[in-house]
Design a protein around this ligand. Sequence first.
Ligand code: RNT
Ligand code: ZN
Length: 416
Amino acid sequence: MQTEKAYQFAKELYAEIGVDTDAALDKVSDIPISIHCWQGDDVRGFLFRDRALSGGIQTTGNYPGAAQTVEQLRQDLDMALSMIPGTHRLNLHAIYADTDEKVDLPDLSPRHFAGWVQWAQERDLGLDFNPTCFSHPMADSGFTVSSPDKQVRDFWIAHCKACRRIADYLGHATESKCVTNFWFPDGFKDIPIDREGPRLRMSESLDAILEDKYDPQYSLDSLESKVFGIGAESYTVASNEFSLGYAISRNIAYTLDSGHFHPTEMISDKISSVLLYTKELLLHVSRPVRWDSDHVVIMDDELNAIAQSLCRTDLFERTHIGLDYFDASINRVAAWIIGTRNMQKALLRAFLEPTDALMELERTGDYTSRLALLEEYKSLPFGAVWDHYCALSDVPVRERWLDEVRRYESEVLSER
Ligand code: RNT
Ligand code: ZN
C-alpha cells in the first residue's frame, strides 16, 4: 500500500520534469544482467576442486556456506534470482562444467554443459561463457597463450577453441547470443626485457583460436584487458592497448572491467569511445577498492556514471552488461543480490533522467542549468519507482529480501 502511494507520488514528480516512470521501468525490464556464477563459490568451479585460485586474482574471506556442488550453486542462484526483478543471464566459467567425467580443459565439450542448458532453459535465462585460463598447472609459469613454450600455448589454444564450440552450443540451445570472454592472466612480476614477444605470441594464439567460424547470431567473442594482476605487477600481456587494438582489428568485442585500470581511471568514460570502433562491448561491472579487489558492486558515482553512459545515448544494442566481483567475506547469495539490484537501480535512475532537456541545455551552452538540475534531480524519489518495480515483479521490496536470505542461510547454507 505504502509502496503504491509512494509510487504515485513519485510518478507525478517525475512527470513534472517530463519523465514517464512507467516507460523507464519498461526499459529497465528489457535489459538483462549477466550474473557471474563465480561469486557463489569463490571462483573454485567443479572440475578441479583442490586447486588454488591463481592468475593474480584473489578472493578473501571464509564466510560459511559456499556452494560445493553444481546442485548447490544452482540452488543458490535460484534463491538470488528470486530476489532480483527481471529476466537475466548466467555467466559460466569453463571450470563450472557439470560432469562426473575426469576431463581436462582442452577436452571440454558441449555435453559437459548440457545440465546448465537444461537449467537455463527451464528458467528462460541466456548463458554467457568464459574459458578458464588460470588455476591450472599449465598456467603455473604465469603465461598461457603467450607462453614461449609451444606445448603450453597449444594447450590453452585448444581449451579456448573448445570453449568457443561450447558457447556456440549454449547460444543455439538458449536461442540467445552467448558472449565468450577471453581473459588471460599472462604477465611478468618484474620488469621484462622483451615486451613485444609475448604480445606477438598472444596475438597469434588468438588468431588461431578465432579461426573456427560460428554463427554470429549465437555467439560473440570478447577480449578483456587489464593493467596488472597480483604477481604480474610489472607487465600484463593483454594490456588495454593490446586488447582494444586486437578487438578492433579482428572485429570482435572488447571487455571493459571496472577494476582493470589505474585508480582514478573510470570505465564510464571509455564506453562511448570504444563503441565507436568495436563491434560490441562487454562490461565487467565490479568495484575496485585500492586495487582490482572485486568488491560487491554498490550504488556509487561510477556505477551511476556507467548507467548514464549507456542510457543517455542508448548503447544497449551493442553492450552486454556482466558483473564480475567475488567477496567471500559475506553471504554469497546476498552479494549476488546486492550487486545485481544495484546495477538495475543505477539503470533505472539513469532512465529517470530528462535526458533530452539536459542535452539541450548542454547544446546551448547553459552549463549553469545543467549542473543545477543534475544536482537537484539527484534527490528525486527514484527509490519509490524501484520499489514499485520490485512489487510488480513479485520480488521483495526494499530490504525485505534480507529476511529471506537470512532464512535461506539458516535452513540451507548453514547445513553445508
Ligand atoms: C580478472 C578478470 C576476469 C575474472 C573472471 C573470473 O581480473 O576480471 O574477468 O575476474 O574471469
Ligand atoms: Zn573481469
